[in-house]
Design a protein around this ligand. Structure first.
Ligand code: ZN
Length: 487
């Protein structure tokens, strides 16, 4: 058999002023044709799962495009059309393929297109045999839309946050599409979209309500007719009319699918108060970190998480560490290409003075005037070695390690979530030996840092990914939406 594969991932925070052009994709991932296989084979990603499964069966792979950029503002129409058309052209040239397997995010917005994935799936249906399956793996931070549900044969969401099961979902999708193509199963779905939009930090699947819901969804005694259930938590850092929770079940018959979504939605509604969040201020977070006997303490700078579209350049926690004379600390990452250029011009071992951070907008605090020593300069390429997307490559861009009164600041030329210890190590900083590590990540860091973290503290500062969603100027989401509104 013959399968078309592609990947197009962007989580769009349309509150961000940073537009997402083709260069933003090129900086992280933009591959076409056979280079996709080279790039993705052996990686713990959905597309890595597609490739392994298809090759194991001895089937044929048709590659199209694989593109991913760090979350940020709207995708430019040029970037959206370039990647989409590469996927569409690949499909139109291979009408005889038995199915299409896609690795998409589910929260992509482009200029003039609210529903990036639904729009692409509709276009695919316009050119591809309507009787052949199109199966999509989605991030659990998806806005699941009517268009996506209508034009995909099946949507399969990640089951873990941190997302450590992306490869398994790719394998699952590649297995299920073969059963559909061979007419062994014919899935139908039921969906419930209650008015709940949880802050990301309350959706860690290691504990809490979201974890209980998943346990129930995947219980061993669930009805035999269920083929797949997804619990999409939604993506709260976007002003999108379909933002919110989605309970989606595919089954062999309508009644089984509906009973399952009803059952899970009932638990969700009953226990929704567990999605309320209590913030910890930056001064409190730093004070707790200093007094903790368990080291290293990881402070999550959740409100400035570039993994959710923040600017990646807040220096508010760094300021508090300096104010408290806390030298045994490191911060990853601070996006500031201008300061990196100054560091390169000065050279390793030399002093620089710079105005650091908070250059993107006025929503991530204020800059910090520093005097520092350039401790290291690296090209910023690294391979993820933690349990999330192990084997895939990341790019911080040209990167400078600055020593600011003893604190190591990893200053980058690309925006990227600090979710893997490797991002410290390629800079010559061994994270396990440092007392306080500040990471710009909301939840994903918990996977990569779990073996070295003595204690984890989540700090709430200014930023576009703040957990207090009442701060966001939403205009288009459905209301009342819990926990922003009381329902
Ligand atoms: Zn996600």
């Amino acid at each position: 058999m013959k399968w078309i594969i592609g990947a197009f991932l962007h989580e769009t925070n349309n509150f961000s002023v940073v537009s997402t052009d083709l260069d933003a994709f090129r900086a992280q991932t933009f591959k076409t044709g056979d280079e996709i296989i080279e790039w993705a084979r052996g990686t713990e990603t959905p597309i890595g799962g597609f490739i392994d499964s298809i090759e194991e069966r001895g089937d044929l792979i048709i590659t199209t495009a694989a593109a991913a950029a760090t979350p940020s503002g709207l995708v430019t129409r040029d970037a959206y059309d370039t990647v989409s058309n590469t996927i569409l052209n690949g499909i139109s040239r291979h009408q005889d393929a038995d199915g299409v397997l896609l690795d998409l995010h589910g929260a992509m917005m482009a200029d003039g297109i609210d529903d990036g994935e639904g729009h692409l799936l509709k276009k695919i249906r316009e050119i591809y045999n309507p009787n052949r399956p199109v199966v999509v793996v989605l991030d659990l931070h998806s806005h699941v839309t009517h268009k996506m549900l209508t034009h995909a044969t099946m949507l399969i969401g990640y089951q873990t946050y941190p997302h450590t099961d992306t490869y398994e979902r790719g394998v699952e999708a590649a297995g299920i599409i073969a059963r559909i193509a061979e007419e062994k199963i014919s899935p139908v779905y039921a969906v419930e979209q209650p008015l709940i939009l949880p802050p990301c930090s309350t959706c860690n699947t290691q504990s809490g309500l979201y974890s209980s819901l998943w346990k129930e969804a995947l219980r061993s005694h669930r009805p035999a007719g269920i083929l797949s259930t997804s619990l999409f938590a939604g993506f709260p850092h976007a002003d999108h009319p379909d933002a919110g929770f989605t309970v989606l079940s595919y089954a062999t018959d309508n009644a089984t699918a509906k009973n399952e979504t009803d059952h899970l939605s009932e638990i969700l509604m009953k226990r929704r108060a567990e999605f309320r969040y209590s913030p910890t201020s930056i001064p409190d977070a730093v004070a707790q970190a200093i007094s903790s006997p368990q080291k290293p303490v990881i402070i999550s700078d959740m409100s400035d998480n570039p993994g959710g579209g923040s600017s990646n350049d807040s220096v508010e926690i760094l300021k508090e560490l300096l104010r408290r004379n806390q030298a045994d600390a490191a911060v990853a990452t601070i996006y500031d290409p201008e300061t990196v250029k100054s560091a390169i011009a000065a050279g390793v071992g030399n002093p620089i003075a710079a105005r650091l951070g908070a250059k993107t907008d006025r929503l991530h605090g204020t800059p910090l005037d520093i005097k520092a020593v350039v401790e290291n300069l690296v090209d910023g390429r690294f391979q993820y070695k933690g349990p999330m997307t192990r084997g895939a490559w990341g790019n911080m861009g040209q990167t400078a390690v600055l020593n600011i009164a003893g604190i190591r600041a990893i200053v980058t030329s690309e925006r990227i979530q600090a979710r893997d210890p490797e991002m410290f190590r390629v800079c010559g900083v061994e994270p396990a030996t440092i007392g306080i590590l500040v990471v710009k990540s909301a939840v994903h860091f918990r996977a990569g840092f779990k073996d070295i973290a003595g204690k984890i503290i989540v700090a709430d500062g200014p930023g576009l990914t703040a957990a207090d969603l009442t701060l966001m100027p939403y205009k288009r989401i459905r209301r009342p939406m819990f926990p922003i509104d009381d329902i």
